[in-house]
Design a protein around this ligand. Structure first.
Ligand code: BTN
Length: 244
């Protein structure tokens, strides 16, 4: 697989419960054998995990599930991991679908024509060690009709080719995120590709509170600034774009 050339260790499985769980299990069994930017990929997950304890559907052959073992060197780099993953996916999807509207819904969903084509789940497994899981839909999934997939737009996507594009796009941004000028560059890129900015949004905060306002900015920590009665910086939330 060409994808194997783009990471420091690569393991592929036809089917696993969850690539995040599988990578975590292998890493904890033998941490030294998993260098920074190692990956596990699978064509099917039987118990894929989403954010906030939700599940993530990955039927056989219909999506890419990949998880990367990352050892970010700074707090800032760690904070930006999910955002750079969203940017990398959006970059790949927009290069494959140049006619479609593609962007990042903060913090880390990638939408094509308003529908979700990708989800990202970062999990801190021990201090300084993160498993960054990315799911990208290649073909329509029977049990998940309201999402988008590359095949919806006439492509016949090849697992390894799309994964290789994704790993290359992610690696460049991961390296950049280790540099302070790189983070500024990534913030500009996100401002250009974030569908949430300028929208009226409803945000559900982790403590259950709700906030409605205009999303005005993403700050240097990757937080979304919402102008409600006053400006509020969100580091984690579920966000809905409200139509006016
Ligand atoms: C979400 O949108 O809620 C996040 C979904 C994350 C799915 C990916 S697929 C690869 C990795 N393995 C998992 O079990 N989850 C992530």
């Amino acid at each position: 697989m060409q994808s194997a050339q783009l990471v420091n260790r690569f393991e592929y499985f036809d089917s696993v419960a969850s690539t995040n769980l599988e990578l975590k299990r292998h890493y904890l069994a033998n941490p030294g054998s998993w260098p920074d930017f190692s990956a596990i990929a699978a064509a099917q997950q039987t118990a894929g995990r989403g954010r906030l304890g939700r599940s993530w559907v990955s039927e056989p052959g219909s999506s890419i599930s990949v998880s990367l073992l990352l050892r970010p060197e700074t707090e800032a780099q760690q904070t930006w991991l999910t955002l750079i993953a969203g940017l990398a996916v959006a970059d790949v999807v927009s290069s494959l679908l140049p006619e479609q509207s593609v962007g990042v819904k903060w913090p880390n969903d990638v939408l094509v024509e308003g529908k979700k084509i990708s989800g990202i789940l970062a999990e801190l497994i021990e201090p300084g060690v993160v498993v960054l899981g990315i799911g990208v839909n290649l073909a329509r999934q029977q049990s998940f009709a309201d999402s988008a997939a590359l095949a919806d737009f006439g492509l016949e996507p090849d697992f390894d080719s799309v994964l290789a594009l994704l790993l290359a796009a992610l690696r460049g941004r991961y390296n950049l995120s280790n540099l302070s000028f790189g983070l500024a560059q990534l913030r500009d890129e996100l401002a250009d590709h974030c569908l949430t900015l300028g929208q009226q949004v409803r945000a559900e905060l982790p403590d259950g509170r709700e906030l409605v306002g205009i999303a005005t900015e993403i700050d240097s920590d990757g937080q979304l600034i919402i102008q409600a009665d006053e400006a509020v910086a969100l580091s984690a939330a579920d966000v809905w774009h409200l139509r006016n």
